[in-house]
Design a protein around this ligand. Sequence first.
Ligand SMILES: Cc1cc2nc3c(=O)[nH]c(=O)nc-3n(C[C@H](O)[C@H](O)[C@H](O)COP(=O)(O)OP(=O)(O)OC[C@H]3O[C@@H](n4cnc5c(N)ncnc54)[C@H](O)[C@@H]3O)c2cc1C
Length: 584
Amino acid sequence: MGSNESAVTAFESGPTAYTREAVEGLKSRPTARVLIIGGGINGVGTFRDLALQGVDVALVERGDYCAGASGASSHMIHGGIRYLENGEFRLVKESVQERNGLLQTAPHYVKPLKTTIPIYSTFSGILSAPLRFLTHRQGKPTERGALLIKLGLSIYDAFSRGGGMVPRHQFAGKARALKELPQLNPGIKYAATYFDASVHNPERLTLDVLRDGESANMHARASNYVNVVSSGSDGVELRDELTGETFSFAADVVINTTGAGVDQTNAVLGSPSQFMGGTKGSHIVLDHPELLDACSGRELFFEHTDGRIVLIYPIGNRVLVGTTDIDAGDPGQVVCTDEEIDYFFDLIGHVFPSVPVSRDDIVYSFSGVRPLPRHDDTQPGFVSRDYRIERRDVEGPDGTVTTLSLVGGKWTTFRALAEHITNDALALLDRTRKVSTAGLPIGGGRDFPSTTTDAEAWVQGHTAPSVPAERVRVLLERYGTRAAEVIEFLQTVQDQAFHSTDELSTGEVLYMVEHEQVGHLTDVLIRRTSLAFRGLVTAELLHELAAVLASALHWDNTRRNYEVEYAQRVLSQTHGIHVQSLIA
Ligand SMILES: Cc1cc2nc3c(=O)[nH]c(=O)nc-3n(C[C@H](O)[C@H](O)[C@H](O)COP(=O)(O)OP(=O)(O)OC[C@H]3O[C@@H](n4cnc5c(N)ncnc54)[C@H](O)[C@@H]3O)c2cc1C
């Protein structure tokens, strides 16, 4: 989802409201050595790392976890071959290493992605690329030719050496490429194929990292729907966005990982900055069996004639198409526009001219703002994707409070980046690192079965009288091996299958409420499951889910109806899905 959803207004839940343990954990002890603001993947990754080092750390997120840029990405865990052209060798090398690492530590969500670049010329881009490398300014982009792509892929392979996680790239001439992908544009000259990776469930991976942090250290506390609204002599003022209640919180070090909102957050903290220059990117998700078939399990990735990156690829039985790269003003107000959809259809027509697509095939759309550095006249596609950490010291009544602001930072590199910020914070606290996060399994990626035979054995070994094999399969895919904990939980509660979907049960929703900080109906539809992403939200599901959540979270009828109406609004205004209204 895009960042819009985080701007929910406070909802007065009334006297019977469910007590949120996460918020209580902050209110009952309103101090920490480190306060992290922002629960995207970079804030959450830093939270886990600091918690593993035994630091008293707290994190607040004003919306839901992974509801900003982290929930709006192209789902690629990649080295960023294209950044070579910008001269970002350090970043590409680190990204390739991190990609290889995530394939091992998070195999439940991060999967190898076979990627093909259709190539229409031999030499194009050869002259413009070094020019762009030297100036980093707006040049006249051209499509990349075969020689340039070959060079890039060879460097990419070299960075991957030693990781051993993905095979080397291959080049195919037109005849072989069209044999492998018959629907490809017959105008191509070559196709280059290499491997990257994709994260199938970024929202759940973020939750896994968060929960690993929470369990690493009894002092580590995190809450969603808690906004930093001002700062003063008692530290920062936090507002519970679900009740409107405010309270103060103090820390020695503040880490600002609020993505594209870093400057706004620094202003709230009394230390205005001008670090950021975000760009907007959108995607559509299509339910289109013919297009899915045409992709043949691969990502099609290339640069359009206007210099923008195009990707078309299967995620499950849907096809993801993106992306745009447009200078963004307000990071809170982005949606996929009609013009962007026209542009995507143009791209699909360019790659697969014989596959017709229409707006009726779109089941979901989303948009987000990349937290890029301020870039003046550099063209959005060529702004550095590397990250940096800015330090500010502010004098307060109880001494100096240091703020570390993250400028930039991709999904792919979250672990390495978190290591950097954590090292900086440890130095400020005069502490040393105890544990490395490199190679550390994440959540349900621990002991994840790596073959279909092992997966089936895992399923058979975890069935229970009330949890048949087909349900275990859904849970294994959704939670990785953490599913074992869910299955155990299901046996301790009254569990009933939903009528509106065979992917949810009342007990599982209760598990999410108790262990995964559900605040709104949309959290379950968009981030605890991928039901919205796959276009599987129906009016019946909205009402059934609202009834289960109302009982678990003590919502009265007003709140329950509000949640249904709010979910419909978010789905239609932010994601282009129109669910028939059932509110009388
Ligand atoms: C269109 C697009 C495509 C992308 N594709 C890829 C890709 O394929 N691969 C890749 O590696 N990267 C990709 N990226 C980049 C990547 O998604 C982001 O760089 C990364 O997710 C940023 O994470 P973050 O945690 O720094 O920021 P965010 O995820 O934006 O998190 C910041 C959080 O701070 C919260 N916040 C803001 N203000 C406050 C406040 N006052 N109090 C409390 N919380 C606050 C926000 O609600 C938000 O959740 C893409 C990005 C976009 C937009």
